[in-house]
Design a protein around this ligand. Structure first.
Ligand SMILES: Cc1cc2nc3c(=O)[nH]c(=O)nc-3n(C[C@H](O)[C@H](O)[C@H](O)COP(=O)(O)OP(=O)(O)OC[C@H]3O[C@@H](n4cnc5c(N)ncnc54)[C@H](O)[C@@H]3O)c2cc1C
Length: 508
């Protein structure tokens, strides 16, 4: 049977077993699911299927094994800049779990968690908590509000607030393996159907398997427990801004003790001006060089002046009983960040007047927002690639790496946009490469820029976290072969015919 015939036979069998509404071979649907924002042609799936239950997912996996058809699971397919909803390889059948498996199965007010299916979006969870008048709050990302909470956690995404490590805050999974079997992780694995600890006890008896299903292709996750924080009576976002590019080192050294001591309970972000301002502006010099040159230093300074921010802006929030109760914390932070004279406090009422800072205000108060998506309009043509590196929380190192990364971006005619997502010891460095995907030369430069940045970081021992589908094979090959062999052995054991997303994160 040819690949095409296998997919047609698979689609007929799916329609027979799960109903015609569970599968689509329409050209329009296939084109839409193939779209992405990366510098390569669209990656069209062979078909799209829509399961409505764990049992239906099992049926799809069983049929995929029978017809030797590769599947690519998505939840809501909002992975913009990382592959969107397109499969890692053309011809794979997209399993769109989000369309019909989108229930919030439980909200536990006392214990502070919810249990969700793949299609529950940040917006849906936010709305549900509000409608229930819940005392709990969620940790939104700065990304699309329709993104899936479960998929974001599986892909090791990060949000805002104290519960920002989304995979860290997940607890207890249900998974359909590539061999069609269903497993429950953690205390959910106990035989029987009573599992009071499934979504409250992260580490159970035996090895911790949950991690195997993050950024991998060993199974399809159909249910997840997610921990939620009690909403504090008052949340006070804060902002500090620094004028110079070279202030990054000082900023990182100032943030480290605040996080190690947990004086600031939320994640702290240190974003450069173009990362922030791209969601409120279009590149004013794009037309003059037809996108060939990066925005000039004078252009950057003019935009900073217009919005009242410097080269780097620090954001986070305090939790407490009231604004008055938190005033001493803000004062202590103000002294901390302004001691050298390089930093300036932006009072909250001033920050509220600065459009690009609204994203941090919303996210830190638990409200999802689509405002950051506007950064895709910084240049025409809709191209965006995320490069997620990261560094130890050491000022010297951060300063040195930002200089070279800036040079690499500018030598490719692209703006340097960086968000440092700072924890106690490590800062994830999210580089946003925005380019015109409809301009072949610009797309080529964006691709070169991603690879040069990744190679520069790797040459200093710094690896990436989450990666766009287009570069997963490239990063896989940067790793020690013994670790790759271990991943392939696990793949063989759990998915012997390799039906779940072969090639995802480089694992075939
Ligand atoms: C402007 C902008 C800002 C962003 N900001 C952030 C941010 O602050 N933090 C952040 O983390 N992300 C951010 N993102 C990235 C992205 O949009 C989110 O991570 C998104 O929420 C992912 O959810 P999804 O439904 O789109 O996932 P999907 O596209 O459905 O899936 C994401 C990945 O998980 C896998 N997957 C999905 N469901 C399953 C399943 N059930 N079983 C097994 N594997 C599965 C998929 O194969 C894919 O690899 C941003 C994006 C943009 C464009």
């Amino acid at each position: 049977m040819s690949v095409h015939e296998s997919i047609e036979a698979f689609a007929r069998a799916v329609a027979d077993e799960l109903g015609p509404e569970a599968v689509s071979l329409s050209h329009e649907v296939i084109d839409r699911y193939g779209e992405h924002t990366l510098p390569a042609p669209d990656t069209k799936p062979g078909a799209v299927v829509y399961p409505d239950s764990t049992r239906a997912v099992q049926t799809l996996v069983r049929l995929a094994n029978r017809f030797r058809v590769p599947l690519f699971p998505i939840s809501n397919g909002q992975n913009i800049g990382l592959g969107t909803r397109s499969p890692v390889r053309a011809g794979q059948v997209v399993v769109d779990l989000g369309r019909r498996m989108n229930k919030i199965l439980e909200v536990n007010e006392k214990l502070g968690y919810c249990v969700i299916e793949p299609g529950v979006s940040f917006q849906a969870l936010y709305d549900e908590l509000r409608n229930r008048d819940s005392k709990l709050m969620m940790s939104p990302t700065a990304g699309p509000v329709q993104g899936s909470v479960l998929a974001n956690a599986l892909d090791k995404g990060g949000g805002c607030g104290a519960y920002a490590d989304h995979f860290g805050m997940s607890c207890g999974l249900e998974i359909v393996l590539g061999n069609g079997e269903v497993i429950r992780t953690g205390d959910g694995a106990l035989a029987g159907d009573q599992h009071p600890n499934w979504h409250v006890s992260k580490y159970s008896f035996g090895p911790f398997l949950d991690g195997l299903f993050s950024q991998s292709n060993f199974g399809i996750v159909t249910r997840m427990g997610v921990w939620l924080m009690p909403r504090p009576p008052h949340i006070e976002p804060f902002f500090f801004t620094f004028e110079e590019d070279d202030s990054l080192g000082e900023i990182i050294d100032l943030i480290r003790p605040l996080k190690q001591s947990n004086f600031v309970p939320t994640l702290i972000r240190a974003n450069n001006e173009l990362y922030l301002l791209s969601s409120g502006e279009t590149n004013p010099e794009y037309a003059a060089s037809a996108g060939k040159r990066t925005l000039s230093d004078e252009g950057r300074r003019a935009l900073r002046k217009k919005h009242g921010i410097g080269a780097w802006t620090v954001s986070g929030a305090f939790y407490g009983a009231s604004q008055a109760a938190l005033a001493p914390n803000i004062e202590r932070l103000r002294r901390h960040f302004t001691a050298s004279g390089a930093g300036r406090w932006i009072p909250l009422d001033e920050a509220e007047q600065i459009g690009p800072l609204h994203i941090a205000i919303s996210s830190n108060t638990g409200v999802p927002t689509n405002n950051e998506l506007k950064m895709l309009s910084w240049r025409p043509g809709g191209g965006i690639i995320w490069l997620s590196t990261g560094l130890p929380m050491l000022g010297d190192m951060a300063a040195q790496f930002q200089r070279e990364a800036r040079r690499i971006c500018e030598s490719n005619g692209l703006e340097y946009m960086l968000s440092n997502v700072c924890g106690p010891r490590f800062a994830r460095g999210i580089h946003s490469l925005i380019y015109n995907r409809e301009d072949a030369d610009e797309a080529r430069r964006a691709d070169a820029c991603y690879r040069q940045l990744a190679e520069f970081y790797a040459s200093h021992g710094v690896f990436v976290g989450r990666a766009p589908t287009l570069y997963q094979g490239f990063h896989h090959d940067q790793r020690m072969s013994e670790l790759n062999d271990a991943c392939h052995a696990i793949k063989q054991a759990l998915d012997p015919n390799g039906v779940i997303a072969p090639g995802k994160y480089g694992i075939a």
